[in-house]
Design a binder for this molecule. Structure first.
Ligand code: ZN
Length: 299
């Protein structure tokens, strides 16, 4: 069983005394915040601001995990044919994978264009963006999900990092990445890929659970999305505000229910007041100054 395997792996990592350094910036200056279910720790890096789960994932384990064991309701369970045809008939309206709200947010900035859905699972987002006037392509490392997207939804999906690397610089007007970053241990290469693949006039639109939100702050690790087997990171606006500029992005932030205009990050206090919702929206355009630093390759 996946859960037991995860517990065993976590225990092995503890026994091997995996270092408690930051999985993003490598700093040893990390602080224990809270324990979850005996084996897990929520820690925060005092240098880059990332909150992360300890024991940490190694990239290889994570890759296999997403091929085989990852199950989370209809967003990742492969739907049966009957479910699928009903979803297509109703254009996903009102379903768990209805992305109307995400599409409306993207459309505040761009009505059309070439769009990459990064971490697209079985392609429901690629399908909906295509039907909303975008030229959409997906990226998904789980081959069964990528295959279903191609076969059942007839959408274009890239299913390997190598495939992504082969794309030309500045291939996209929009990169959409919804509830994906909290799952993948390699954030730096991901941010670098976002920057490389976006046009200078492009738009990055990221959704993650908001660990800086009101409920997350009140409940700590008892807030479901905080850290778990599936979630190696817990993000707040501060982390992106501190770290995306190194990759040439100038991020703005919103939170659910996404009814007000995104704001710049000023301070923890301001974020707590203006970004209280459970879902964090990060909207970032490449910074305008030509001399902006490109993402460095460390880590
Ligand atoms: Zn760090």
């Amino acid at each position: 069983m996946a859960r037991l395997a995860f517990a065993v792996k976590s225990l092995q990592r503890l026994l091997r005394s995996q270092p408690r350094s930051c999985p993003y910036c490598g700093s040893a200056n990390t602080t224990f915040l809270q324990r979850k279910k005996l084996l897990l720790e929520l820690r925060r890096c005092e240098d880059c601001g990332l909150m992360f789960r300890y024991p940490k994932d190694d990239p290889d384990t994570s890759f296999r995990f997403y091929q085989e064991a990852y199950e989370q309701g209809v967003t990742t369970d492969l739907p049966k044919d009957t479910t699928l045809s009903r979803l297509i008939q109703t254009r996903f309206a009102g379903s768990e994978v209805d992305l109307a709200s995400n599409i409306a947010i993207v459309k505040r900035y761009k009505q059309s264009g070439r769009l990459l859905d990064y971490g697209c699972s079985w392609g429901y987002g690629v399908y909906q963006f295509t039907n909303s006037g975008f030229e959409a392509v997906g990226f998904e490392i789980s081959k069964p999900r990528a295959a279903l997207a191609r076969h059942a939804l007839k959408v274009d999906v890239i299913d390997s990092l190598e495939g992504l690397d082969r794309l030309a610089d500045a291939s996209f007007d929009i990169i959409h990445c919804s509830h994906v970053l909290e799952h993948i241990p390699q954030l730096r290469p991901t941010f670098a890929a976002f920057r490389r693949l976006l046009k200078p006039s492009g738009l990055l639109v990221v959704f993650v659970p908001n660990a800086g939100g009101r409920l997350a702050r009140a409940m700590g690790v008892d807030w479901g999305p905080m850290i778990s087997e599936k979630h190696c990171f817990a993000f707040d606006a501060q982390f992106f505000a501190r770290n995306l500029p190194a990759f040439g992005f100038a991020p703005m932030f919103g939170s659910s229910p996404h009814d007000s205009a995104p704001v710049s990050y000023v301070s923890k206090e301001q974020a707590a007041e203006q970004l209280p919702g459970e879902e964090l929206l990060v909207v970032a355009q490449p910074a305008t100054s030509p001399g902006n630093r490109q993402g460095d390759d460390r880590g």
